[in-house]
Design a protein around this ligand. Structure first.
Ligand SMILES: Nc1nc2c(c(=O)[nH]1)N[C@H]1C(S)=C(S)[C@@H](COP(=O)(O)O)O[C@H]1N2
Ligand SMILES: [Mo]
Length: 493
């Protein structure tokens, strides 16, 4: 029973925090207890009412466990049936919570399965009654060892689940209580001319919930900012460690920056734009005093994920490489790296945008490799010039007559000067460009098309601020980003 509860508690800590088996059953008991009885318990036990509830639960569970054990020895499956029935009550209790998610049933179900399995496993290892004992029969000692081992493992799992849950709720409370510092340097507001009036066009600023997300972390980490610090070290004169409190004393800057993933296919969705609040990495590096022939900043997240960023992108006073703590006016969401992450304009995320960052090491490309570089991706990965058709949506049927063809174009930190659209194999038409928020963001474009009935192919290409036209050459996302002109099909009825 301890093993089952431990496994359930651990699963709850990972996948469904509020739904550990004991907690959901306890809550159900509270809900089902008549008011007068609740008051009586509170009168007698005061603040110890919850502890009292858990003691009662523990006694009931212990009694059930003994009963299940005794019955399982007499009739295989009878004991397991009791364990599974108890777990089914737990599942029902979990799903009856108002805040139940689809994962809510998992912890109690795991408790049932692991508990039933452990019961059968242990009963099989029980020594038979004296007269039947054979040479090869399991001994009492081995049975006891297995039992104690299972119970100990269950206690360790319970403890682990408790610690993880406590840490996560400390982080959630800290994030809820945290107010972003006022920026010392605010970003100028997004000009109205940055947004074109086209139904269905991708908004210039992506709401946090719609921002694309890529990371290798299996479970969204929830770090307590009080436990967080950033170590700056390596090829520097004065290595130092920055605490959360110290970071928040520093003058913060606000910047609009478009982030893109190297895995984004031509026309793909893995690109978004936000207003970031953070402290320039350049100033952290200045304070540390970079030495020697360092050419790279090796950033590491709390769980060992790494990225290698060219030093000059981090030290360039004209490039807002940020240690960011805010995203679109709120503290970084947990999935975005709370309490702090990196954002570097113009570089793909895998070589720059480390979330939950805790360590910056000044070093050399010759000495270290970032996580994805060890998997075959390129060492250097500036964002490639690209453009995307968002309206009309690919495969749509639209009506003949005036239609907007519209979308976004980008080459962060360089900027876009022209976008052109082609219908079928006709001439290229220059699209209307919205006002760019800055050179580090994507820009909207639109072209008014007099659509004629039939199936058509739409194609887009952009020219960057240096006058370079986007290449038509098709390359795959591996090793350093896709290229090619985005082409979509549309039917005009
Ligand atoms: N700790 C950590 N940071 C990470 C990653 C990761 O897997 N783990 N992925 C990187 C990649 S590949 C990209 S494209 C960006 C995506 O950031 P987002 O999920 O906030 O959009 O985060 C980067 N930072
Ligand atoms: Mo990425």
């Amino acid at each position: 029973m301890l093993l089952g509860l431990g496994a359930g508690g651990l699963v709850a800590a990972i996948a469904a925090r509020a739904f550990s088996p004991l907690v959901v059953v306890g809550s159900a008991v509270i809900d089902l207890t008549p008011g007068a009885m609740k008051e009586a318990v509170i009168r007698v036990f005061g603040h110890g009412d919850k502890a009292f509830l858990f003691v009662v639960l523990a006694v009931v569970i212990a009694v059930l466990a003994v009963l299940a054990g005794v019955l399982e020895v007499r009739r295989p499956w009878l004991g397991r049936a009791i364990v599974l029935a108890g777990a089914a009550l737990g599942v029902a209790a979990a799903l009856s919570r108002a805040d139940a998610t689809p994962l809510a049933a998992l912890p109690a179900a795991v408790t049932g399965v692991v508990g039933a399995w452990a019961l059968a496993f242990l009963v099989r290892r029980m020594p038979p009654a004296e007269p039947l004992r054979a040479q090869t029969a399991p001994s009492r000692r081995s049975f006891l060892s297995w039992s104690v081992g299972a119970a100990a493992l269950g206690l360790v799992a319970t403890l682990g689940g408790q610690l993880a849950t406590r840490a996560a709720s400390a982080a959630a409370n800290a994030r809820a209580a945290f107010r972003l510092p006022r920026p010392a340097a605010s970003a100028p507001p997004v000009p109205a001319a940055a947004s074109l009036d086209v139904p269905g066009i991708t908004p210039v600023i992506t709401p946090n919930a719609k921002f694309y997300r890529t990371d290798v972390e299996l479970v969204i980490p929830q770090l307590d900012p009080e436990q967080w610090s950033l170590r700056v070290h390596g090829m520097v004169e004065h290595p130092f460690t920055l605490s959360w409190a110290e970071l928040n004393e520093l003058p913060m800057e606000e910047h609009y920056i478009t982030l893109a993933c190297v895995s984004n296919e031509v026309g793909g969705p893995l690109i978004s734009t936000a207003k970031w609040l953070g402290y320039p990495v350049r100033l952290l590096l200045e304070r540390a005093g970079v030495t020697g022939d360092a050419d790279m900043v090796y950033s590491e997240s709390f769980d060992g994920y790494t990225a290698a960023t060219p030093l000059d992108a981090m030290t360039d006073p004209d490039r807002a490489a940020l240690l960011a703590i805010g995203m679109n006016g709120e503290p970084l969401p947990f999935a975005r790296g709370f309490p702090a992450r990196l954002v570097v304009p113009g570089l793909y995320g895998y070589v720059s945008a480390t979330k939950w960052v805790v360590d910056l090491k000044v070093t050399r490309f010759a000495d270290e490799q970032g996580y994805w570089v060890t998997q075959g991706w390129a060492e250097k990965a500036p964002v490639k010039q690209s453009s995307r058709i968002d309206v009309p949506r690919p495969g749509r049927t639209i009506t003949a007559g005036h239609q907007w063809i519209a979308g976004v174009a980008w080459q962060q930190h360089v900027g876009i000067s022209k976008v052109e659209v082609q219908v079928d194999d006709g001439p290229w038409h220059e699209a209307e460009l919205a006002r760019a928020v800055n050179a580090d963001t994507w820009v909207q474009w639109r072209w008014g098309w007099n659509a004629t009935p039939g199936d058509h192919q739409l194609r887009v290409r952009a020219t960057n601020a240096d006058g370079v036209q986007q290449t038509s050459g098709v390359s795959d996302v591996l090793p350093d980003g896709a290229t090619g002109w985005h082409t979509t099909e549309v039917t005009v009825a």
